[in-house]
Design a protein around this ligand. Sequence first.
Ligand code: KIV
Length: 266
Amino acid sequence: MAGYISDDTRKVTTHRLVEMKQRGEKISMLTSYDYTMAQIVDGAGMDVILVGDSASNVMAGNVTTLPITLDQMIYHAKSVVRGVKRAMVVVDMPFGSYQGNEMEGLASAIRIMKESHADALKLEGGEEIIGTVKRILSAGIPIMGHLGLMPQSINKYGTDTEAEKLISDAHMLEEAGCFAIVLEKIPAALAERVASELTIPIIGIGAGGGVDGQVLVIQDMLGMNNGFRPRFLRRYADLHTVMTDAISRYVSDVKNLDFPNEKEQY
Ligand code: KIV
């Protein structure tokens, strides 16, 4: 089987991610939203599994990430945690669960950690949420930042990023104590500069190869979303075709009385 399976079975920790950056080993990260997929992703040697609020799009069919609720994120997170032995499990705090005030953010963070048993949380934003980030960190909850294109702020920012603000936000998140930052859809040179200035790992999506790791949405990289083909996406399979073929053969076998046969019944 072509692929990379680590023989290191120790649980991935925030400390080990920093060590990976220091020795130049790239960090692999992929989303999962359910138990079965999480088991496969973990078994394939993933370092970090993100229970992303992209569940709103790929699991629930919403156009944006905004509608997903705290309860729904906790349901996905619990399902994923049950399937994972080695990878670090990071859960997105959903839109509306931390933007109000610091105490509301802390209460939402504690709920996710207590109910899901995940390892860490991810929050979108820099300076504007730094108070909440510090409050959650002070409760001992590890935080991964998220800058660049922030889907939860799509209505405010569109796709514009301002380089100086991004750099200053990244430093602010590191100084506050975040253990890593996701940079989404920003120019490769800018992402590389942030990765070289910061000591914590920078994980990119559409941010080029000069960062410390990569993250993708699993449905996208497995080719399950036929219509979604941004330039940064590499498709490692064409599961849309594979699954459509298998399912239509099943339909046909049922209609033609071919399934079940004698060996497939009691
Ligand atoms: O929700 C998500 O899947 C994400 C990734 C795009 C990084 O935040």
